[in-house]
Write a protein of this length. Sequence first.
Length: 318
Amino acid sequence: MIDSSQYPYQTQAATREPTWLRYTLIGIAVAFMTLMLVIPLLSVFYEALKSGWQLYVAALTDHEALSAIKLTLITALIVVPINTVIGIALAWLLTRFDFKGKQFLTTLLDLPFSVSPVVAGLMFVALLGANTWLGGWLEYFGFQVIFAIPGIVLATMFVTFPFVAREVIPLMQSQGSSEEQAALTLGASGWQMFWRVTLPNIKWGLLYGVILCNARAMGEFGAVSVVSGKLRGQTTTLPLQVEILYQEYNFAAAFAVASLLALLALVSNLKHNQIQTLNSQQQPWISLLQQVHSRYTTFKVCVSFCTILFMIKSFRHQ
């Protein structure tokens, strides 16, 4: 954590806020977080458990719920390792080499952040759908992409692949390549340099990116909704299962599955906060940037659950 000796903002009389203003800002922040995050999350768990523990367990052990959990885990287990390798490779390329088109490649890296997930799903449908030449050619050989697991994996991979690279790039830029060059000068091979010098230096940022990538992969809705076809028990992930259940007015089961997603989000948030604490002892300014990213991610999770809660309440009143 950055103390006052490193960042003496509050120690200067010209920049020190009055006590009443400080507590007012703190109160506004706490009230906002309580209203937008704490209350919706508690409401999800309350609605999930108010019908009894047996009904809660029954909703999570239902055949379709178990199928959704299994598909969500399979998708994450495929997507996260691939995106980790791609993220490290992209970070290495963008921080260690200068070449024509580097700025364009950096722009492409941020494309999944700016493109709507629904649009991303439609892109894959337009490219690999049964009525396209490539999708038709693949289906001719018995390989279906859209409305099948491969399409879900591709859509999730597209949405989540920048997370690892965007966490590793600042670390590699700040550390430079002097230690790696020294290792090569002492006779280390490329792989020895990577495993013994590069990887230990980026391990906390890498783990942080992996956790964010995993959380987004498990909670992705828009792109997966387009390419999955929502075939019950076959191509439904946990977020899609929540939608299907509340559309059927099965509110207890919808909240039960939503509570599982909320729990996964909370665990992921706690884990990367622990990583931030460890990383801040080594790179304070990078930790500050990661904290801003963390708060933005938490806000998106909050908005997602508020939306789900509002939609379920709306259907109930109807």
